[in-house]
Design a protein around this ligand. Structure first.
Ligand code: ZN
Length: 271
């Protein structure tokens, strides 16, 4: 499932490739991917629009159309690719957006948990306002974490994964961030000291930054906007490493289940 670094990688590619392009036509092959209106209405609303820019909010790709925005959430298996017209398609094409200059923006999704929708200015503000803080922004600080977590006994790993608090940090990067912080993922969120909160913020930011630098983590489905796999999987230190030696102390990495999801950590390095 794509998390923040994977979506950021795609956004950075698209932000070089798409601005200035005009939408010539839209073909919706899988209408269930379109939210909020019919596939025909969606296509009509996009046609003729000029793409001003591409950014990210949480795990969503935000395409600025001038007044309106096209939002894409990749779900579990979504891919958003730029291709030449007529170029061979990878499987499960859901939406094809023809651009001027002979290019296409293609949305593929094998399991179809992803979605595409268009919002006007008011809907955008309401939606944006309900999302949590961006972990790579200046708002994600130790002070903020201590204040927000003060009344929560939820385990810190589960706490970090709540999108209403911090966006984009999923199962992989919550485990990896806490390992870098040296904080046990089972610790109640409100038990963190100021020093530990600093380390958690730094650890999460560092792992996200490193993962973006290596263009994300691919286990199965994730591909960047050029169709390439991410390179960060080989650099994961604890995630999916149960029984392997900790890269710091060589104790075996442990796996537990928290909130129905696997957590990986080193019981010796993280306290
Ligand atoms: Zn260790």
């Amino acid at each position: 499932m794509p998390e923040l670094p994977e979506v950021e990688t795609i956004v950075r590619d698209l932000s070089h490739l798409l601005p200035g392009a005009k939408v010539r036509g839209v073909t919706v092959l899988r209408p269930d991917l379109i939210e909020g209106e019919s596939a025909d209405e969606f296509a009509a609303r996009l046609k003729g629009k000029k793409i001003r820019g591409v950014t990210r909010r949480a795990k969503n790709i935000v395409t600025d159309l001038g007044g309106e925005r096209l939002l894409v959430n990749l779900g579990m298996t979504g891919r958003l690719l730029v291709a030449r017209e007529g170029e061979e398609e990878t499987g499960h094409l859901g939406v094809r957006i023809a651009l001027d200059g002979g290019r296409e923006l293609r949305y593929h999704d094998a399991r179809r948990f992803g979605r595409l929708w268009i919002v006007g200015e008011d809907a955008w503000r309401a939606w944006d306002g309900e999302l949590g803080v961006e972990p790579l922004s200046d708002d994600f600080t130790a002070e903020w974490l201590l204040e927000k977590a003060a009344r929560s006994r939820v385990a810190v790993k589960t706490w970090l994964m709540d999108q209403a608090r911090v966006v984009g940090v999923g199962n992989i990067y919550a485990s990896e961030g806490l390992f870098r912080a040296g904080v046990d993922p089972r610790r109640p969120a409100n038990s963190l000291t100021a020093d530990e909160a600093e380390r958690v913020v730094a650890g999460v930011r560092r792992v996200l930054g490193d993962a973006i630098e290596h263009r994300g983590t691919t286990f199965l489905d994730y591909r960047d906007a050029r169709g390439e796999r991410g390179g960060f999987a080989a650099r994961l230190q604890v995630y999916d490493q149960e029984g392997e030696p900790c890269p710091v102390c060589a104790a075996p990495i442990e796996r537990i289940v928290q909130g129905g999801r696997s957590t990986f950590f080193c019981g010796a390095c993280q306290s």
